[in-house]
Design a protein around this ligand. Structure first.
Ligand code: HEM
Length: 135
């Protein structure tokens, strides 16, 4: 499914991401641009959402390390977001898009169109995996 060049591109982008900065920034952007997502983060939205931003990026590490089984890697996480957290799965794509925007602003010209296309392909597989237990 993944070519060698895609594998090395994903690993290289991931290696340059500062989880503690990019994670909270991406989640903050989701909450501002799509305010209905604030309902998932309760009264202390800002606090717990910054934590979740970091949590999400730490969880992405598992996908980067299991490129050939992203669906299996996220099976339980998908079920948790569906059954326990009741997160609408459309939100996964919104977060993935905000993450790409934040990564693009942080990387500047280091994120060439080809690199960005591979990164977005990776995130679309992640989004599909997180949605897989909803159906
Ligand atoms: C919890 C990952 C997207 C809402 C979690 C946890 C992980 C995670 C690892 C902790 C699970 C545990 O405690 O066992 C991800 C990943 C995402 C994603 C990888 C997408 C790439 C979202 C989105 C929302 C959301 C889009 C809502 C808009 C929550 C909430 C919790 C949670 C409310 C529980 C509170 C917390 O831990 O902050 N998520 N998540 N998640 N997720 Fe997500």
């Amino acid at each position: 499914e993944w070519s060698d060049s895609e594998r090395s591109t994903i690993a290289s982008v991931w290696g340059k991401i500062n989880v503690d900065e990019i994670g909270p920034q991406a989640l903050a952007r989701v909450l501002i641009v799509y305010p209905w997502t604030q309902r998932y983060f309760g009264a202390f939205g800002n606090l717990s959402s910054a934590t979740h931003g970091r949590t999400v990026l730490n969880a992405l590490d598992k996908a980067v390390k299991n490129l050939d089984n992203i669906k299996g890697t996220y099976s339980e996480l998908s079920q948790l977001h569906c059954d326990k957290l009741n997160v609408d799965p459309d939100n996964f794509r919104l977060l993935a898009d905000c993450l790409t925007i934040v990564v693009a602003s942080a990387f500047g010209s280091a994120l060439s169109p080809a690199v960005q296309a591979t990164w977005q392909k990776f995130l679309s597989v992640v989004v599909a995996a997180l949605s897989s237990r909803y159906f």
